[in-house]
Each structure stands twice: as structure tokens, then as C-alpha cells.
Write a protein that binds this ligand. Sequence first.
Ligand SMILES: Nc1ncnc2c1ncn2[C@@H]1O[C@H](COP(=O)(O)OP(=O)(O)O)[C@@H](O)[C@H]1O
Ligand SMILES: [Mg+2]
Length: 248
Amino acid sequence: MLSPETLPNAAPAAPDAAAPAIVAAQGVTMVYKVGRVAVRALDDVSFTVRRGEFVSIVGQSGSGKSTLLHVLGGLLTPTAGSVVIAGQDLAAVSDQERTAIRRRNIGIVFQRFNLFPTLSADGNLRLAERIRGGNGGDPAHRRELLRLLNLEQRLHHKPLELSGGEQQRVAVARALINRPQLLLADEPTGNLDSENSRIVLDMLRRLNEELQQTVIMITHNPEAAAVGSRTISMRDGKIIADQLHRPR
Ligand SMILES: Nc1ncnc2c1ncn2[C@@H]1O[C@H](COP(=O)(O)OP(=O)(O)O)[C@@H](O)[C@H]1O
Ligand SMILES: [Mg+2]
């Protein structure tokens, strides 16, 4: 068999093992207590995501996907296990520091867009710049995102004046406004028709390929999952498969 040693100029097999780990989850367990009932939403989940990967997380409703995303995003503290984001252990810091780590390193996109309804697309981006501490922001980066997401003609529209697909593209631009190391997306096409889903997925793929943006996306749609470079399948709070489908 050919190996990288015998083929010194060959591209490395994916994933790029030399790329730094953006996410390192180890033994992550999450038990929700509802009255006397304990729900084990995550059960000893461990995996690593390296810079430049585009990971799709699939699994039936209730398998723990959203819980995992919230834990990775520092929005939820797991019952056990550790999550290290860009070298920082989320469990080892105060709530305040965790919020700062999230704002610096993680952008999150939700199914329901969650834009401020009274602000224009541009206003939503500028607000995010201020919240995330970008002093005055980075106009060149904002323009680049608007170009990549094909939003240049929609800057002054408010969310209700935009289609669902356009709203989600604004939400993606907002999530990436301060160049986070990691983009998390929970069913980003769940509220979109097939045409807009295709456009949004295509743009996530471009952001991954052109900016080497690391992406972790939850989806229950196999076609959407195929946009990524790797698919993690979950069932009953556990990872049951972890498959690479194209090199990064
Ligand atoms: N806040 C919560 N309180 C109690 N149980 C929850 C809560 N959130 C999720 N669960 C339970 O945890 C399990 C995993 O849920 P979730 O992470 O939302 O799965 P998925 O996103 O794959 O549908 C489910 O059994 C769900 O009912
Ligand atoms: Mg969910």
C-alpha cells in the first residue's frame, strides 16, 4: 500500500492530523433532571474536530444532538466530562470567562434565525460586532462576508423584508462577524424550503472551503449532511458512527 512516506508529495489523507484541534470533547455526559426523572441526553461522548473540518451531526429526534451543540458552545455545562475549545477548557473557567471564550471563538446559528426584528441586516451585523468586542469592527471582513453570502443588495432590509434563506444568510454572517474559530449550526435549514436550503448549504460549504471555516452542523437531512467532510451519527446520547467522506 502507498503511504505518505513512499509518496512524499502526496496530499495527506484526511483529516489533516497536523491541524490544531478546535474541539476536544472527552467523556461528555449530560443528565437532565426533570422532577424525579433523569434523562441521560449525552452518554460518554468523545471526539476531536480539527481546524478546517466540516462535521455534520445526524441522528433521530431526541438522540442528543442539540444538547451536544449547546455543550460545545458553552451554553450548557455537562454533568461529566470535559470540552476544550481552541485550547481552553470550558470547565476550568468562571461563567464570565466562558461567555468571553464563546464570544471570541464560537459563532452559533439556529433554525429560527433569531435576528433582531427592528434592525436592518447591516444593523444586526454591527450590533454583533459591538457585543463581541470588535472595537469598531472590521469593515473589510464585513464586506467579504456580505459578498460570500450574496447579501450586498439586502443591507438595509429588516428581517421581515427578507426571505427565510436571506435571513439565515444574515444569521450566518452575524455568527462569523468576529472570525470565530468554530461555527456551530443547529438545523440551519430546518425552516427553509429546498431551494433556500440548497443555497444556505452551498454557502456554508464555500465558507469552509474558501475561509477554512471549521463548521459543526446538526441536520436530520442526509443530503445536507453530505455537504460536510465528516458525519458523526448519534443514537441515545452516544456516537454510533464517525465517518469521513471527503478530504479536507
Ligand atoms: N432542557 C431539558 N430538560 C430535560 N430534558 C431535556 C432537555 N433538553 C433535552 N432534553 C431531553 O434530552 C434528550 C436529547 O434531546 P436533544 O439534545 O434536544 O436531542 P435532539 O437535538 O437530537 O433532538 C431528549 O430525550 C430530550 O427530551
Ligand atoms: Mg435538536
